[in-house]
Ligand binder design. Structure first.
Ligand code: SF4
Ligand code: SF4
Length: 197
């Protein structure tokens, strides 16, 4: 026993393989059968990037700023920038001088797409539903500066974001209206709660 680590040699119960099994023939045949079976199944792969997948509203692509009647909803509160784990968002607030109920707007708003991890925290904390995750995911940059998206590339009309906005309206804060959370529209003229009214 010493030297063979306790393995008995010449044991009668040892499995004997035929020559075909030793050459791996059954394994090759079963592999080929598996491949042939899958040849006739519907394909799940796409010829990307010529063909792109249709993504549902639950997909979190790059974050964008929602615009309504040509103006971004954002009130430059800074919550999204505070919540962003990789510090991808930076903004500069300015006072609104017209009689718009908004007091502030983002004069400058930038997201560094090389930092963004598509977590969706910015969307979650925004009290205005002003930043949402879009279905866009294939971003290409030639240099680091290209990856910093300013308002010209961030602001998107709400009609283009309707699937995501509808999804959020349905799924977000399911307790709204119950005793858990009673919203009073008089308390906040901006909140997303009264957007549909
Ligand atoms: S999705 Fe996440 S990482 Fe990207 S900007 Fe929003 S909070 Fe920051
Ligand atoms: S949390 Fe919303 S309203 Fe506040 S700065 Fe960010 S996008 Fe604008």
């Amino acid at each position: 026993m010493a030297g063979n680590h306790g393995i008995k040699t010449g044991d009668k119960s040892e499995r004997r393989l035929s020559l075909g099994a030793k050459l791996g023939v059954p394994a090759i045949l079963s592999g080929m059968m598996y491949s042939i079976k899958h040849l006739f199944r519907p394909k799940v792969t796409l010829m990307y990037p010529e063909k792109k997948p249709e993504l549902g509203p639950e997909f979190r692509g790059r974050p964008v700023l929602v615009a309504e009647e040509g103006k971004e909803r954002c009130v430059a509160c800074g919550l999204c920038a505070r919540a962003c784990p990789p510090l991808a968002i930076s903004m500069q607030a300015a006072a609104v001088e017209s009689d718009d109920p908004k007091e502030r707007f983002p004069e400058k708003f930038e997201i560094d797409m090389l930092r963004c991890i598509y977590c969706g925290y910015c969307e979650e904390v925004c009290p205005e539903e002003a930043i949402v995750m879009s279905p866009e995911y294939d971003l290409n940059f030639r240099n680091r500066e290209d990856a910093i998206y300013a308002k010209d590339r961030l602001v998107v009309d709400k009609e283009q974001l309707k699937p995501r906005l509808d999804f959020l309206a349905e799924k977000r804060n399911p307790n709204f209206g119950d005793d858990v959370y009673q919203f009073d529209p008089k308390n906040n003229i901006h909140t997303l709660r009264n957007r549909g009214e």
